[in-house]
Design a protein around this ligand. Sequence first.
Ligand code: AMP
Length: 421
Amino acid sequence: MQIARPRGTRDILPEEALRWRQIEDLIHHLCRLYGYGEIRTPVFEATELFLRGVGEATDIVEKEMYTFQSKGQRGRSLTLRPEGTAPVARAYLENNLHARPQPVKLYYFGPMFRYDRPQAGRYRQFHQFGAEVLGTDHPAADAEVIALAMAFFKALGLDGLQLQLNSIGCPLCRPVMREKLVEYFSVRVAECCPDCRQRFSRNPLRLLDCKEKVCREVGSQAPNPVDCLCPGCGEHFRQVRRYLDLMRLPYTLNPRLVRGLDYYTKTAFEIIVPGAGAQDAVGGGGRYDGLMQAIGGRAVPGVGFALGLERTLRLMEKQSASPEVPGPTVFVASAGETQDVVTKLVGDLRAAGLAADRDYMGRGLRAQMRYAQKLKAAYVLLAGEEELQRGRVILRDMQTGEQKEIRLEDAVNVLRAVAGK
Ligand code: AMP
């Protein structure tokens, strides 16, 4: 019998792999812009990390972990990572990253594993891009990670995504929230789905975001977590919203948004595709000031997100979206016997860290300009014989159409200055 791939996994064939590579390139590019450094953690970790770091009363820990016994006599229990935040937090503590200037801003990209019923948009091996800011509880950090996530989707050319926002408070306000929710649900929980009936005693907050229709109805009049926030959490939430407004990032308040994981505090957000059904979330995140202590470390605040890339790709296909591929910073166009100068100039520009390109097909000057436009070059350096004899080239800004003559020997520095390098 022919052997098939395991359920809930996919093969990525060359055509699709190209897309993946574009997405990965964009991730690295954007994270550099935002000042995040890449971290790569193991694909499996001690099971304990997820029990404590994700929380026992979550679907992930209750039903979805791929756990196995390591070899050796005292074979430890290991688990294929179902998410990236707890491993990043562990790595922060284990590698003493708190000794570095704070905050530490990290991002990751890689496969995650959850044993779940496979269906459209839900796999057992899937990929996430995540980012975390560790070591600050400043509300502008919450806004920054949200801005990074939204910039990612925008750069992929995706439309119509909605940012949903909520605050679920801290250990100070949680008991008040809990008490109100217990009071509300205790007389109604019998009508809820079996999962919610179980969750009720352990984590009544979770009943708010159950996707089952019956639970939504039961919970429709439930108290709002934001009404129970302590003054500190209330102020934090106001500031996060103010920073989002400043960055012109629209959001919708969703008091039902609590996220599945136990370690979240304060800000919770999700990015959804309205009307896409059960698998409508392409990503989500929030603040997790309690995580580091939960896994045995010092108290270090953190905020971050995880975006699902299979769902992102599916959405791109649906919307026929294509990522913005940045063109070269500068295209060197030339006419006449200028090949030596062009070759040297392109080499010098590249050596200075500028993306530069040129013509190899013997195109005329006009055709070279059209070609530069097609490549989406930001600037063109025109090296005509006549200008070169005077030691000059023409610099053209392709967006504004402005042109000026500059000295050939200054070309690299001028380009560096205008391109901000
Ligand atoms: P979570 O870590 O559960 O907040 O998930 C973050 C994002 O990862 C979700 O919004 C989804 O886009 C994606 N995701 C989570 N679970 C799966 C899965 N089983 N299959 C595919 N994508 C997933």
